[in-house]
Ligand binder design. Structure first.
Ligand code: SF4
Length: 384
């Protein structure tokens, strides 16, 4: 059995950030205990179903998993260890908000087996942090980074955001300078997405906030690529950069369209050609899981076309692109056999590079990734 990745969702936050549309809730901490018990119940259900399936990565995301006490994180990992077969070199990531970490928690997380810390910083400027609705300062981040290192964490990611309202190119440049000076081995640099239903989106609609001009955002992206490469980072996925040996194993599972199981409220899974997702409503998830009721609300068998499309548009997010041999092994045909002129046209337009070994985005394709990805969607009738 191929090893899988395990995603554990912890949907509690101290305060909802102004740009966030994740399945996360503030003011519901009184449900944490019941939720964690429910999660352990869900894990034990899988212990019968998956029969000790090998696991190569665990990602505890949210929400704000660092709201968990060390003992709670430990209990969760003990339950996972009982149900699954954790590989010796497993990567276990916990997402931490710098406003909720402390030395005791960091020490306990490390002792529980967590070996990668992903810190949501977003920006170094206090004004931007406040605008985003973050609960921490840059100094909180520095303090917790130092403490995390003292407790033995060396595999650390920092999430940063560009394209923020009121953010200047010099703010972004200073943020990258600060973070690289701290020798952080992994950086995720995302562009802000104005998701409907968020406070930011509402303010945008009311003309109280303005979107960054597209040219400036592109300039920030280009600056990020050249600056981080110069500092020795490998740009391995559109928004992700790593020093050697620090690529995120868990996210690579998603980009390679491999099997993963998501546990917790609203978590998605894609395993053995089946995609399903859990009840996202917190109270309903807790109620159902405690009663032993079905918590899966969406469940579908993927068609071959779904799997091909997803393998292409997720795989192209990685700068190394799609390995032709692996693709043929999986689908019996090469990408060119399947997509025909769609791929060769993209190549002619300078967006894709096609070689015997790989299909990958060109530098121009990186700027226009969404356009390329949209061309990768196929339905049954369009496969050659
Ligand atoms: S801490 Fe993370 S999950 Fe929670 S509201 Fe902010 S961005 Fe969303």
């Amino acid at each position: 059995m191929d090893p899988i990745g395990l995603y554990i969702h912890f949907p509690f936050c101290q305060r909802k950030c102004n740009y966030c549309d994740f399945n996360s809730f503030s003011g519901k901490h009184h449900h944490i205990e019941a939720y964690l018990k429910g999660l352990i119940q869900e894990i034990s259900l899988y212990s019968r179903e998956v029969n000790k399936r090998p696991v190569k990565s665990i990602f505890i995301g949210g929400g704000t998993p660092s709201l968990m006490e060390a003992k709670q994180a430990n209990d969760l990992l003990v339950a996972i260890d009982k149900a699954f077969n954790l590989q010796p070199d497993i990567e276990i990531t916990l997402e931490g908000n710098p406003g909720t970490l402390n030395s005791e928690k960091l020490n306990g997380y490390r002792r529980a087996g967590i070996n990668r810390l992903s810190m949501g910083l977003q920006a170094c400027q206090q004004g931007l942090l406040e605008k985003l609705g973050r609960i921490h300062t840059y100094q909180d981040f520095i303090r917790n980074l130092q403490e995390a290192r003292r407790q033995g964490f060396e595999n650390i990611n920092v999430d940063l955001m560009m394209g923020l309202p009121g953010q200047y190119l010099k703010d972004w440049q200073w943020t990258l300078e600060e973070i690289t000076a701290l020798d952080i081995p992994h950086i995720s640099a995302y562009s802000l997405i104005w998701e409907e239903g968020t406070s930011f989106h509402k303010l945008l609609m009311e003309n109280q906030l303005q979107q960054m001009e597209e040219g400036l955002e592109l300039e920030m992206f280009h600056y990020t690529m050249s600056f981080l490469r110069e500092k020795g980072y490998e740009h391995y996925e559109i928004s992700n950069y790593a020093l050697e040996g620090y690529r995120c194993k868990h996210n690579i599972i998603y980009w390679k369209n491999q099997n993963y199981l998501g546990l917790g409220a609203g978590a998605h899974s894609c395993i053995n050609g089946r995609r399903f997702s859990n009840e996202a409503n917190l109270e309903a998830y807790i109620k159902k899981v405690h009663r032993g009721e079905n918590i899966i609300i969406e469940d579908m068998i993927l068609t071959r076309e779904d799997e091909i499309s997803e393998t292409m548009f997720l795989g192209l997010r990685m700068l190394e692109g799609i390995n032709q041999d692996d693709f043929v092994k999986r689908f019996g045909k090469s990408p060119v056999d399947i997509y025909g002129r769609v791929l060769t046209d993209l190549e002619k337009r300078g967006l894709l590079e096609l070689s015997k070994e790989r299909v990958k985005l060109t530098p121009k394709g990186l700027d226009l990734g969404n356009l390329v990805f949209s061309e990768m969607i196929i339905d049954q009738s369009s496969e050659k």
